[in-house]
Every structure is written in C-alpha cells, then in structure tokens.
Design a protein around this ligand. Structure first.
Ligand code: FES
Length: 115
C-alpha cells in the first residue's frame, strides 16, 4: 500500500536515456518507464502509470530494485523479486508485475536503439 499511496519513483526524467511505453489491452492499464544510464548501470529510473493500485506499486518497486544494477542484471529482475519487495501480491495482480517488467525491457530497447 505504501508503494501505491506514496510512490518514491513516480515522475518523468526529462533527459531520459531510454523510455518504454507499454500497456495491457485487457485491463487498459498504461505504463511509461524512464531510465538514465551511467557507466552501463541504471542510475535513475522513474515511472508514470495510469492503472490499478498494483500497477502503480509494481512500477515503483521495479524502480527500487533496478536502480544501481547493470542493464543486463536489471533485465533479469523476476516477478518474484518484485513480489518480495512488496511483501505480497494477489494472484489476480500477477500481470501487473509483468507489465512493469515489460516497461523496463522497452526502456532498455529504446536506449540500445539510440546507443
Ligand atoms: Fe492490469 Fe493492473 S489490472 S496492470
């Protein structure tokens, strides 16, 4: 609930090195992930999410888990890593964590396309 009510990483990185926009057509939730890369590591990461409480909480948590990691290690973040960070996640909200993983992957693809 803390990560839904008071997310630390909500916002936009204006000079982001990579931006990933993803959505789930079934539930209609939309997520944009912004990453900043320094020395091959994710130095900053923010999100803008229009969606359910779990989509917001998982967006915030993937930012927490990914910051400071190398790009390759960040891409290895699992659903379980996100759930462990949050404490728990209802089974029906599993796809919200998947959307956060897709958002990060899309941001990295955008970064790699440009670099
Ligand atoms: Fe679809 Fe949360 S209900 S991302």
């Amino acid at each position: 609930m803390d990560h839904f009510l008071s997310p630390k990483n909500m916002g936009v990185i204006e000079d982001a090195d990579g931006v990933g926009e993803v959505g789930n057509p079934k539930c209609g939730d939309l997520m944009t992930i912004y990453i900043k890369i320094e020395d091959g590591k994710i130095s900053d990461m923010k999100f803008k999410t229009l969606g359910c409480a779990a989509a917001i909480a998982t967006s915030d948590m993937i930012c927490e888990v990914a910051k400071g990691k190398s790009i390759d290690d960040a891409l290895k973040i699992t659903f379980q890593d996100i759930v462990d960070g949050l404490g728990s996640l209802p089974q029906v909200k599993v796809h919200c964590a998947g959307l956060a993983q897709e958002g990060l992957k899309a941001a990295v693809e955008d970064y790699r396309r440009e670099n």
